[in-house]
Design a protein around this ligand. Structure first.
Ligand code: NAI
Length: 387
């Protein structure tokens, strides 16, 4: 159970690039990072508009002289401060096209990073970031935030303990409905997502498909793709990137998987689900009901496992913030991840490795590779490609 007691010697001195006023994702980063006093927000280049960013930073309690006009100035100026005072970690919550450049600069400056997905656009870029992080002993956390829900850990433990038998099928989906018309004409956050220069080689595969992909990789620890086939389509003809994608995957060891990523699934809020089918039983997790995990044993009535239940594996209860029956949500899941990022960063500072999983630079790189392979398959006319 997490009670908000401090887990680090000192809160990590933390900065943000992006996540400014009105951004979709900035607040949950701050809320998650600051929740357990693992991080302390001391600097930032919060906005593409420097004045608005400075005003916003001051409103967040950041010293005016540490509200910087851009990330390059921030890294340069922070490096001049004493080691006891300068930032130690930077969150990158800007549109996709900037992730690689900012993450690389942060690592080169010797700071840990928390980077939004997708980590970058190409495998080469991802390999460079992996190498930089590993060679400098720095942590890169990637905010696949849903993975912080405790029932994801429960599913992982059930798979590891053989409760489902041999894993046969993994069905992933994240098909939301809100972009079923050309919303990008009036919505700025939607507009950059449809622009290949800013969003990367894909829209829905990268924007939403990588979320259930990481959940599946976490739930099924030996998840390894051998080959895949993908078909994509833009149902809104003015879009340069796909708004719907179907992927079929053959996994090493014989299991098969599918992923449906969509932005035009009318009527669906998120619709994000991961279903793991084994030879004995199946589990299914749905992000709109994150406190429940469906457990279906062949020939028996359906069971609903509840977060906080005494029957769960101990590691699936370790991050409860309140007893079962009370709802926990996405902000709690993100807080769990940020807490793990902080502990991993402190360990890294002492030259130690984290002895727990979290979405790290390798997970980020895997998402980049998956999108790249899906796009390759789709462009060739939905052919099977080796992974
Ligand atoms: P947004 O468009 O709502 O906000 C972007 C923010 O970045 C704004 O404050 C903007 O002023 C700032 N910004 C842009 N360029 C900048 C620069 N050069 N320097 C400093 N700040 C700059 O975008 P949103 O939806 O918040 O997405 C940001 C990132 O978060 C994206 O990579 C997106 O894929 C990711 N995201 C992740 C989610 C998750 O569940 N992990 C959910 C939603 C978004």
């Amino acid at each position: 159970m997490i009670n908000g007691e401090k887990v680090l010697d000192h809160p990590i001195r933390w900065a943000m690039v992006g996540g400014g006023r009105g951004s979709q994702i900035g607040y949950i980063h701050r809320s998650a990072a600051l929740r357990d006093r693992s991080f302390e927000l001391v600097a930032g280049a919060f906005d593409i508009n420097p004045e608005r960013g400075k005003d916003f930073g001051i409103q967040l309690g950041v010293a005016p002289e540490r509200c910087y006009p851009d990330y390059k100035t921030m890294l340069m100026e922070e490096a001049k401060r004493s080691p006891e005072d300068r930032i130690e970690a930077v969150t990158i919550a800007v549109p996709n096209g900037l992730h690689y450049a900012v993450c690389k600069a942060v690592l080169e400056a010797g700071f840990h990073a928390v980077c939004e997905k997708p980590l970058c656009f190409t495998t080469e870029q991802a390999e460079e970031l992996v190498h930089l992080a590993d060679s400098k002993g720095l942590v890169v956390g990637v905010t696949y935030g849903y993975s912080g829900h405790q029932l994801i850990e429960q599913a992982r433990q059930m798979v590891l303990h053989g409760d489902l038998g041999e894993i046969r099928l993994i069905k992933m989906q994240f098909p939301f409905g809100a972009y079923n018309t050309a919303v990008e004409e009036t919505n700025a956050a939607a507009r950059w997502r449809m622009d290949p220069a800013k969003a990367g080689p894909s829209f829905v595969l990268g924007d939403v498909g990588t979320h259930p992909l990481f959940l599946a990789e976490t739930m099924v620890p030996d998840f390894e793709i051998e080959s895949l086939m993908c078909t994509t389509k833009s149902f809104i003809p003015t879009r340069k990137l796909e708004d719907n994608a179907f992927v079929i995957m053959n996994l090493k060891g014989g299991a098969q998987a599918t992923c449906w990523a969509s932005a035009i699934n009318c009527g669906a809020l998120h619709g994000q689900k991961v279903r793991i089918v084994g030879s004995k039983a199946s589990v299914e997790w749905y992000d709109e009901r994150p406190n429940q995990l469906t457990y279906e044993i062949e020939g028996e009535p359906v069971r609903i496992l509840e977060r906080g239940g005494a029957y769960l594996y101990p590691s699936a209860r370790a991050e409860d913030r309140i007893s079962g029956g009370h709802t926990e949500g996405l902000f709690d899941a993100w807080s769990n991840l940020y807490r793990r990022f902080a502990i991993a960063m402190e360990k890294a500072n002492k030259g130690e490795k984290a002895d727990f999983w979290y979405p790290d630079v390798h997970a980020g790189a895997e998402g980049v590779k998956w999108v790249e392979k899906c796009v390759e398959s789709a462009k060739k006319g939905a052919v099977w490609v080796k992974y």
